[in-house]
Design a protein around this ligand. Structure first.
Ligand code: GLU
Length: 504
């Protein structure tokens, strides 16, 4: 009988959440929603040396911003709480003891210096040292010591660790939902440390105990954890627990070159690798939120990093993703991160937003640039947005695309000036007269009258349209000219034409 789906995202709060971690969270979320299951967030903070203040809050804030908040976590539906491993500390010792008592684990008393010595000796012989079946009986542990000796050492307060006694001579045939059959030789594994005398479990023990107690049905995590899979499966076996199913997600690769996407790639190529901005004493790392990406766009491009629905479809809402998501369609090979494509996704979401909503966002920028707050008519902003948004990836680009709607050009683009010919001033002066006579100052009407005048006098298009545009915009860019004219208004249009006649 298959168990109810319960999946988790289990980050260690060691800094801001990398975009790869966000994708892991997203795939867990989608899998849970698809299967009417539960998605929970567990904070794996047993390594106190690597704890970074603020990181835990950051993780939750990032998931909330993306719209993929967990169903259960610290302070929320704590059905299997606590959800923070440092608050579950007391629990792990008893599970370490169970493994000791069943002969699946042992105490090791080797000091760091002792192990360094053996490591060096191995290196001199061209071998790498791993603590396992080949040498465990020559080292300082409870497999070698008598029961009394071990007891005495423990009683004397000696430092120890508890290591897993990896079974020998076994080939493990395991199943990964994404990778299919995977094979591991137990003889090649080391006897991993599970617990330390400071009372803290290591990642491996805490992770397995919690996944079991929190009734995790599927472990969906990054490929970097694949080498831990045999140990984890062996631990479930040693405890006599049913193991969850496993799925290891492909790496996210650098946009250029080989290897895993790193923060440095982002710094070099100018894109964020974090969902939210993160500031430390060393500086600030940019975030998708602060860069102006919409959360829907970020979710969409992350979902397609290593997954597709089998068709050419690229635009998915979160609900559509949850509907179509299938772990079996996740690729094995790494997924190349494409910052340009990310902008494309943002563009798609931007143009589908309503002009009125975008105008509200843009209003803040315009107010800041022009200092004018009261007289910013939202209808005008909405119209401007409708004219320029096709050309933008972000709201922050709107100003550059539309500043001439708000301010007269202070200079004229050099290479466009060649369109200003000798006869231009006279023609522009006549144009002013035409414009002065127009009462219904709307785009189509102005266009009709201006074109009538041109036809009647046999004036070529280029002779009027380009200098006209240059006068209003300062360059030969922008949307339909008569839309600009209408929005700028009669008086301002004439003033700008007059100024161009005087300066050009
Ligand atoms: N705490 C681990 C991490 O930082 C969790 C790995 C897992 O999902 O098992 O990614």
């Amino acid at each position: 009988m298959s168990r109810p789906v319960r999946v988790r995202f289990a980050p260690s709060p060691t800094g801001p959440l990398h975009i790869g971690g966000v994708r892991t969270a997203l795939f867990n979320y989608l899998f849970a929603k698809k299967n009417k299951g539960t998605f929970y967030l567990r904070i794996e903070d047993t390594d106190q040396n690597r704890f970074v203040p603020g990181a835990e809050e950051y993780i939750l804030e990032a998931l909330e911003w993306l719209g993929i908040a967990p169903d259960e976590t610290v302070g929320k539906n704590e059905k299997f709480g606590p959800y923070k491993q440092s608050e579950r500390k007391e629990l792990y010792q008893q599970y370490a003891d169970i493994l000791i008592n069943s002969g699946n684990a042992y105490y090791a008393f080797d000091s760091a210096d002792d192990l360094d010595k053996v490591r060096k000796e191995c290196e001199e012989q061209g071998k790498t040292f791993i603590y396992n079946h080949t040498n465990r009986t020559q080292l300082n542990n409870s497999l070698v010591l008598t029961e009394e000796e071990t007891k005495a050492k423990l009683a004397s307060g000696a430092d120890y660790v508890i290591r897993f006694k990896t079974p020998t001579d076994e080939t493990l045939h395991l199943k990964d939902i994404i990778r299919g059959d995977v094979k591991f030789e137990t003889n090649l594994l080391d006897d991993k440390v599970l617990f330390k005398s400071d009372g803290m479990p290591t990642y491996h023990l805490a992770n397995i105990v919690d996944d079991h107690l929190m009734e995790t049905s599927h472990v969906i995590r990054g490929e970097e954890w694949l080498p831990s899979m045999p140990l984890h499966v062996l631990l479930y076996r040693a405890f006599g627990w049913e193991a969850p199913e496993f799925a290891h997600l492909p790496l996210i690769l650098k946009p250029i070159g080989n290897g895993k996407l790193s923060k440095r790639d982002g710094d070099k190529l100018g894109f964020p690798v974090f969902p939210l901005e993160w500031t430390t004493a060393e500086g600030t790392s940019s975030g998708y939120r602060e860069k102006g990406f919409s959360p829907e766009a970020v979710v969409n491009f992350l979902a397609l990093l290593g997954w597709n629905d089998g068709t050419e479809k690229e635009l998915f809402s979160l609900e559509e993703l949850a509907e179509s998501f299938d772990l079996k369609r996740v690729h094995k090979a790494g997924a190349k991160f494409d910052p340009e494509k990310n902008k494309w996704f943002n563009h798609q979401y931007l143009i589908h937003k309503s002009d009125a909503d975008l105008a509200q966002e843009f209003k803040l920028i315009v107010a800041e640039k022009t200092g004018a707050i009261e007289n910013l008519a939202i209808e005008k902003l909405t119209k401007i947005v409708s004219l320029i948004k096709e050309r933008a990836n972000f709201v922050s680009e709107f100003w550059e695309l539309s500043d001439y709607f708000f301010e007269a050009p202070t200079n004229y683009e050099e290479k466009a000036k060649k369109n200003w010919k000798e006869e231009t001033p006279v023609l522009m002066q006549e144009l002013i007269t035409i414009l002065e006579g127009i009462d219904d100052f709307t785009s189509l009407h102005i266009e009709t009258l201006v074109k009538d005048w041109m036809t009647k006098n046999e004036i070529g298009m280029g002779k009027i349209m380009q200098p006209f545009r240059l006068s209003l915009v300062g360059a030969l860019k922008g949307p339909h000219l008569f839309d600009i004219v209408e929005l700028i208004g009669k008086q301002e249009t004439i003033t700008r034409l007059q100024k161009a006649i005087n300066t050009l």
